[in-house]
Design a protein around this ligand. Structure first.
Ligand code: FES
Length: 242
């Protein structure tokens, strides 16, 4: 065993032994081991956030967010169980009914992580009532549009703007059911220093932040999740090693 391997921690996910570096989260270690843990607010390159709870796993029998929970020697993680799938599905269903997600009209369809998660989890009819909230569309920016109907409050744009772009374009405003993504200009996104090339303009998992004039460049049916389920790129890594 090399000194590098000796410094690694060992734990299990669904009975499979996984090696990890100290300080890694369960989500990171699982991905490197080719094990997909569903997640939405987590994004590679951004600090862990832990808000959506789609990544909930059982750690030694207790629910934890895999994206924020650091690995520990000997921990027993359960990921692929019927109960967790139902919990994740319930969360995704809540996200669908809480906003206005009309996939058939959305430019992000086929590339949308929420839509893809619904498919991956086998979501059919949400068990909650649709709320059909009244939300705004901010088209004031010359190159980027914000459709708040589709926002799932994952904060990826907030973190990307701050951590990757060195700006502070987005932040949360209001509280509770009225919580929204706001921008740092009174007149909307058009008054900010957001650039279409910013990482924040790429970080949205849904169709809330979309670029103008590039709609349907890739036809529906040929997009990322039209051909492969979300998470399959992670699982392909495991397949390659086995
Ligand atoms: Fe872990 Fe959202 S991905 S809480």
């Amino acid at each position: 065993m090399s000194a590098q391997d000796a410094a690694k921690l060992s734990f299990t996910i669904d009975g499979k032994e996984v090696k990890a570096e100290p300080g890694q989260t369960i989500l990171q270690a699982a991905a490197l081991a080719g094990i997909y843990i569903p997640h939405l607010c987590a994004m590679k390159g951004l600090s862990p956030w832990g808000s959506c709870r789609v990544c909930t796993v059982l750690v030694n029998g207790k629910p934890q967010a895999a994206c924020t929970m650091p690995v520990a020697e000997g921990m027993i993680v359960e990921n692929d169980t019927a109960e967790l799938k139902d919990l994740r599905s319930s969360i995704v269903e809540m996200l669908f009914v809480e906003g206005n997600h009309f996939c058939m009209f959305c430019e992000k369809s086929g590339n949308c992580e929420l839509q893809a998660m619904g498919y991956r989890l086998g979501m059919l009819q949400p068990r909650h009532d649709y709320m059909f909230p009244t939300r705004q569309v901010d088209a004031s920016h010359p190159d980027v549009m914000l459709d708040h109907n589709r926002c799932i409050l994952c904060a990826r744009c907030i973190r990307a703007s701050k951590e990757l772009d060195g700006k502070n374009v987005f932040q949360f405003i209001h509280r509770g059911a009225h919580k929204r993504i706001g921008v740092d200009a009174a007149g909307g996104a058009g008054g900010t220093n957001l650039a279409v090339t910013d990482k924040a303009a790429e970080a949205c998992p849904v169709g809330c932040i979309v670029k103008k004039r590039v709609g349907f460049a890739v036809p529906i049916g040929q997009r990322l999740y039209d051909t492969k389920p979300i998470g399959s790129h992670i699982e392909a890594g495991r397949a390659a090693k086995e």
